[in-house]
Design a protein around this ligand. Structure first.
Ligand code: HGY
Ligand code: MN
Ligand code: MN
Length: 407
């Protein structure tokens, strides 16, 4: 098991990695993402698993006949955020293959079909919508809307899909495939400190906080940075700056029950010596309760609008994506807890394909692997090799529990 994990880790280590920073830039359908997909297909072939690419581009490596139904599905995603870490996503996919390897070495024969899945475009780094592959699969993202989404170079998803040799008209909910999934288990690096604090290598997920992405468009008037008196300006950057401060303050006032982040802005025309005409800024907001999230976003939008009035600018807000709260399947979690014995059960404020499948009614569980830095979406994200192998062992135990064949 440790050999197969190590070999896979080495094989993907340099794919899409920025050698200057150590960060990964694997965005849906870019060269690095395509190379990761080729790697996934090669690993399926090496194991004699049947590769199936669904209409939304998600890759499935099947052990057994999918038509038999009630499949146990393991996996995660292979794309990254800009300058992301090595573990968010790939750890779940590699660990799934490694878990099957360890069981096959023991002669394990499953009594139901098993698949390892690579969900396409989980981070939404290119087109802005997270978990696009699983949302399209489950009908949570309208295919027409998806096809029209644009990347930062102005290319639509439809154009990008065609260039990648895919047929954009095929996007959409796939009832046949969904009907074959009995349950889904996603292993993921932890994106916080809980397991470090509790002294455990592996934990079980209980729930995902509701969260969403909200685009604010601030508009003002471009003008000269030297000759325009301060009182004559209509500067949308000021309105944005106050909005970012207000969002941070409002989230902090919840006492740890909410998060608000502006991690991406675009400024036009973007000259050092010009007052900008327009600022686009994306708010990522999350909270432990749906009502708290709603109130947070409403308050930030109201404060932004009031400030725009004072700055003589204007602002509009569009909700680009919304993910409801998710509580993972209790029966699945309690069977897994029994099997794994004494593992902590922890909530997360991060989004996952497991959340999308769960919201679509598929029994779903998550396993988390300790991250000593507690940092994620950054090259600092980490997991010790022994903890990764403990995660693989937990996944293998999960396959034994749910796909119960004889050894
Ligand atoms: O953004 C998220 O929560 C996740 O890591 N995709
Ligand atoms: Mn992520
Ligand atoms: Mn992830």
């Amino acid at each position: 098991m440790s050999d197969s994990f190590a070999a896979m880790w080495d094989a993907v280590h340099d794919i899409g990695r920025n050698p200057d920073t150590g960060g990964y830039n694997r965005f849906v359908w870019n060269d690095a993402d395509q190379t990761m997909r080729e790697w996934f297909a090669g690993e399926a072939a090496n194991r004699g698993l049947d590769l199936y690419v669904d209409r939304n581009g998600n890759q499935w490596a099947w052990w057994g006949d999918p038509a038999a139904g009630d499949a146990l599905v393991l996996g995660s995603h292979l794309d990254s955020v800009p300058e992301g870490g090595a573990y968010d996503g790939p750890l779940g996919v590699l660990s799934s293959y490694a878990a099957l390897d360890s069981l096959r070495t023991k002669g394990f024969r499953p009594d139901r079909p098993i698949a390892v899945v690579n969900f396409v475009d989980e981070e939404g780094s290119r087109f802005g919508i997270s978990c696009a592959g699983s949302r399209l699969l489950t009908g949570g993202l309208d295919p027409e809307r998806a096809r029209a989404l644009r990347d930062r170079d102005g290319r639509t998803m439809a154009e990008v899909l065609r260039r990648a040799g895919r047929e954009p008209g095929e996007l959409g909910r796939d009832d046949e495939l969904l009907g074959r999934i009995g349950c889904f288990v996603e292993l993921h690096v932890e994106q916080g400190h809980d397991l470090v604090d509790r002294g455990h290598a592996v934990g079980l997920g209980s729930e995902i906080w509701p969260h969403g992405r909200f685009r604010f468009d601030f508009t003002g008037e471009a003008n000269h940075a030297g000759t325009t008196r301060m009182e004559d300006r209509r500067d949308p950057m000021l309105t944005y700056a106050m909005t970012a401060l207000a969002a941070n303050k409002r989230a902090r006032l919840t006492g740890g029950e909410a998060r608000a982040t502006f991690g991406r802005i675009e400024v036009e025309p973007g000259g050092t010596n010009a007052v900008p005409s327009r600022v686009q800024a994306w708010l990522d907001a999350r909270a432990s309760e749906q009502s708290m999230l709603r109130e947070l976003v409403e308050t930030v939008t109201r404060l932004a609008t009031e400030r725009a009035g004072r700055d003589d600018t204007s602002v509009t807000m569009v909700a680009e994506s919304a993910s409801p709260p998710v509580r993972f399947d209790r029966a699945l979690a309690s069977r897994l807890a029994g099997r794994l014995g004494g593992v902590p059960v922890i909530p997360t404020a991060a989004g996952h394909d497991a959340g999308v499948l769960s919201a679509a009614g598929i029994p779903t569980a998550m396993l988390f692997v300790r991250n000593p830095t507690g940092i994620s979406h950054s090259p600092e994200e980490f997991a010790e090799r022994d903890d990764c192998l403990a995660g693989v062992a937990a996944l293998a135990a999960c396959v034994e529990e749910f796909a119960g064949g004889a050894t």
